[in-house]
Design a protein around this ligand. Structure first.
Ligand code: URA
Length: 484
């Protein structure tokens, strides 16, 4: 982010002008504030031009003046608060921040602990507004697929404050496998799969109005909407009406709200029914009846063979060309794969890409899949921590892998990690003894090596480098087995 800021003195009595550009950039504010403090400019003499870009007539640059004292000492929590508050649209925010800085550095070091102080109170209010606005953006940004460009999505969103730079890293983590852009009236951000790029604001009409997923999402929403739990006041506070225009489900809300009362009455009057099992799960060892990649993919999407389907977002099926000669089998999708629906797009996938790249192997020629096709995790706060699948999960998922292999009939199968190797060779396979050499399967030859996530887990850099070198060395066998 640019740290552009001009600090102008307009004469001793006219006060001093400071400008933050762009006007949501906390770092630009910090540089200006620090300069003003060092030059001894008291808060009442400093005029912040945060939102005006008008040139200042006959201005003198303050940074031409020598600093008269060292930089200010402030509460350690202040920089983060200031960075948040800088995004607020309140025109007085920079003056407030500078006043607080001045007071902390001039003998009130514990000022932020005084919640009753009017400046501190205001600071907290502005910071809370930014947190709330960021939270709403995370909850109510809705991406729509760009017509004719599969995997490219655009969302239109109107935040109350200038929070795009703050929320962009969240979306980059959450939708790492998609190509997306968020347009707002003042700024846009786009993710190309590797980096975030920022640009000027846009218009609502620049984003697709709806996409093919909309009807599906509305049907889902209408089904999970529980009229008995409806609290319209709470709903409007949690989902303020200003966001409704971007939400596909909002079109349903007037009808759902209107019908809620009669539906609850009907529910209450209905005779109680004994609970039913929701979905009859097939026995884990039952064979998969369908054949052919597409049919297997569709059937796997509704898999209930083990309990992992329930907390996971979706089945992550294999991906690659249907005529691939090489199949790479991993353990199970991770967080990024579960969210994007594609195998090996998270950190382990990126390490695998690096190793393949170094060996001159083109990933687009390979079929990538997993022994277990649902993400197994443990919730920890907002994070989902990977858990190894158990033998029962591997067994239940094996028919999908078998059908994938039967449809693809590859020449070479590469197993990444012990779970994949045991799914392919059987539970007696010992990875560290059997890695790095060819093993015969009925119709193909197979190779096992360590999992890239295991390489990444090595804490000591030297050990990690050695683990990576061994991983690449094992994969060199694959390179040698591939034509061209
Ligand atoms: N690890 C795996 O084994 N598979 C993936 O798809 C991602 C991470």
């Amino acid at each position: 982010m640019s740290v552009a800021g001009d600090l102008f003195a307009t004469g001793a009595d006219a006060g001093v002008h400071a400008r933050v550009d762009p006007p949501w950039d906390g770092e630009a504010w910090r540089m200006q504030a620090r300069q003003a403090w060092c030059a001894g400019i008291a808060p009442e003499r400093l005029i912040w031009d945060g939102d005006t870009q008008a040139p200042l007539a006959a201005a003198t640059a303050l940074d031409a003046l020598p600093p008269r004292r060292p930089p200010p000492q402030v509460d350690a929590a202040f920089p983060a608060l200031a960075a948040a508050v800088a995004c607020h649209t309140d025109p007085q925010r920079f003056a407030l921040l500078y006043r607080l800085l001045w007071r902390m550095a001039s003998g009130e070091p514990r000022l932020l602990a005084r919640a009753s102080d009017p400046d501190v109170h205001r600071l907290r209010l502005l910071e809370r507004a930014i947190r709330r606005d960021s939270h709403k953006a995370k909850a109510f940004v809705r991406f729509r697929e760009v017509p004719g460009r599969p995997d490219h999505f655009i969302a239109w969103f109107e935040p109350s404050h200038r929070i795009v730079d703050r929320i962009a890293p969240f979306f980059a983590r959450r939708f790492a496998g998609m190509r997306w852009a968020i347009l707002t009236p003042y700024r846009s951000v786009a993710w190309d799969g590797e980096a975030l790029g920022f640009g000027p604001g846009g218009h609502r009409a620049d984003a697709p109005a709806e996409d093919a997923q909309e009807a599906l999402w509305q049907a889902y929403y209408a089904n999970i909407f529980n009229p008995a739990r409806l609290n319209p006041t709470m709903m409007r506070s949690e989902m303020p009406q200003k966001y409704w225009k971007g939400l596909p489900e909002a079109a349903l809300l007037p009808t759902l709200l209107r019908e809620a009362g009669p539906r609850v009455r009907t529910m209450a009057e209905r005779a109680p029914e004994p609970p039913r099992r929701r979905i009859p799960a097939p026995a884990p060892e039952a064979p998969v009846e369908v054949q052919g990649l597409e049919a297997v993919r569709v059937a796997a999407a509704a898999c209930r063979r083990c309990p992992l389907w329930e907390p996971a977002t979706r089945t992550v099926f294999g991906e690659g060309p249907a005529d691939a000669r090489v199949v790479i089998v991993g353990e199970q999708p991770g967080d990024a794969e579960d969210l994007s629906g594609r195998p090996f797009v998270g950190p382990a996938g990126q390490l695998l890409d690096r190793a393949l790249g170094e060996l001159g192997i083109d990933r687009s020629h390979l079929w990538l899949t997993n022994a277990v096709k649902h993400f197994r995790f443990e919730p920890r706060g907002k994070r989902r921590l990977h858990r190894n699948p158990e033998a029962g999960h591997i067994r239940a998922c094996r028919p999908w892998l078998q059908q994938e292999l039967a449809a693809l009939r590859p020449d070479v199968v590469v197993c990444l990690g012990a779970t994949a190797a045991q799914a392919v060779f059987g539970s007696g396979f010992r990875l560290m003894a059997g890695r790095g050499r060819w093993h015969a399967l009925a119709d193909a030859r197979a190779l096992a090596t360590v999992h890239p996530a295991w390489v990444l887990r090595q804490r000591d850099p030297a050990t990690r480098d050695a683990a990576y070198a061994g991983f690449v060395e094992d994969l060199r066998l694959l390179r040698e087995a591939m034509p061209g």
